[in-house]
Design a protein around this ligand. Structure first.
Ligand code: HEM
Length: 376
């Protein structure tokens, strides 16, 4: 190894331990990620710790240190929150990030609880990221994540349909009909119409979320011949329906009622409202799960798939929405091995590490048993 390379590697090791968006001796996080992608392997830092007491409260987050910049030709994808965080520089603005950077960004920018942030980030990373370079696109597949591990690994980024991205979204169309990752104004009009019809003072609240989530499933059952609504998609669909009632509401108000104006700013403009303050305390499973539970009890469903339009075949043998540990097991034992059937060497080590991080996130508030698809 050349001396300059040794220095760079040392800097990377140092830099990965630093808060996500800070630069180090002239190297931005993005430049470090680009270096890693070019070199094909990367150190895997441990997941970030929770924000320390005293730094985990109410805070202005649309601040001078995080100016909005339009995405330009950078990568954006199906998640309005991650797109917004990238536009404000909480994530690398090019839209390629390490999972630990995503954990830090959602903790800092929206005050997600540490375990919840890790659950989302490591789940997405195992389905859509590159375990060798430790990089993931928050949108479409890109060479910026470095050389791919062998197929059937997809390394498709968050826009990859049928992984984390799935059917019945609230502001995107189903993949059967076209681009499922890009904001769809017509779809979003329905979102606002449901707020007007069902929400307190026209806000997007839990009642609006409940009716919209039900309608989106019914609509896809009727019209999408290839609808898939099974684990793990069912969990993300229900969680994402309630996220905006929590994390997109200004923390000074914190009434779980999202104004249509603020909703439009996040979803359509991928921009934090002016003067936006994050939640006053970290918000995790203990708040989100009762809300998704309400949505489910308002309109229960059985997971299933369409075999042609309006021909929904229920699959009660797959994990139900309420079976959190079942969904964790399904991800670890079916979904991840589907892309990585026989990993060896560094790839296997990286997968095991990330599976361990995922379990660390679920074990904090759920009494699940750890599973090991590739042995201990
Ligand atoms: C922490 C890591 C996160 C990851 C990896 C992630 C990933 C994703 C992905 C892949 C989708 C597309 C799912 C679909 O097909 O609809 C999505 C949608 C969504 N995400 Fe995120 N997300 C994260 C955090 C958040 C947070 C903190 C919020 C807070 C508001 C959020 C809000 C949403 C919403 C509202 C949607 C639904 C969009 C729609 O249905 O049209 N996400 N996210």
């Amino acid at each position: 190894m050349k001396f300059s390379t040794i220095i760079l590697v040392a800097l990377i090791r140092l830099a990965v331990a630093m808060p996500a968006y800070e630069s180090l001796v002239g190297l931005s996080e993005r430049e470090i990620n680009e270096f890693i992608a070019r070199n094909g392997v990367a150190p895997i830092p441990n997941p970030p710790a929770p924000l320390p007491a005293g730094q985990n409260g109410l805070k202005l987050v649309n601040d001078a240190a995080h100016p909005f910049m339009p995405q330009g030709n950078h990568i954006r994808g199906p998640c309005p929150a991650l797109n917004t965080l990238a536009n404000h520089g909480y994530l690398p603005r090019d839209g390629v990030a390490r999972p630990d950077q995503i954990v830090t960004a959602v903790m800092e920018g929206l005050n997600l609880g540490n375990d919840f942030a890790k659950f989302l980030a490591y789940q997405a990373f195992l389905l859509n990221g590159n375990p060798l370079t430790n990089l993931m696109s928050i949108g479409m597949k890109t060479p910026l994540t470095g050389p791919d591990p062998p197929k059937p690994a997809l390394v498709g980024g968050l826009s990859q349909h049928g992984t984390f991205e799935g059917d019945t979204s609230m502001s995107r169309i189903d993949a059967f009909f076209g681009d499922a990752a890009t904001f769809n104004p017509t779809r979003f009009k329905d979102f606002l119409a449901f707020a007007t019809k069902f929400g307190v003072n026209g806000s997007y609240d839990v009642n609006a979320a409940s009716e919209l989530r039900f309608e989106r499933l019914q609509d896809s059952i009727e019209n999408n011949p290839q609808l898939v609504f099974t684990s793990p998609r069912i969990l993300s669909a229900y969680s994402e329906a309630v996220f905006p009632t929590v994390y997109f509401v200004d923390g000074r108000l914190n009434n779980r009622q999202l104004s249509q104006e603020a909703a439009s700013d996040f979803f359509a403009n991928q921009h934090m409202p002016e003067d936006f303050h994050r939640q006053p305390a970290p918000v995790s499973f203990e708040v989100i799960e009762p809300l998704t539970g309400k949505l489910f009890s308002d309109h229960p469903f059985v997971p299933g798939v369409n075999h042609g339009k309006n021909n929904y075949i229920e699959m009660p043998q797959t994990p139900a929405l309420s079976d959190f540990c079942g969904i964790y097991r399904d991800i670890a034992l079916r979904v991840v091995p589907g892309q990585y059937p026989n990993p060896t060497g560094a790839l296997r080590d990286a997968l095991n590490k990330n599976l361990g991080f995922l379990f660390g996130a679920v074990s904090f508030q759920h009494n699940c048993t750890q599973v090991f698809p590739y042995g201990k």
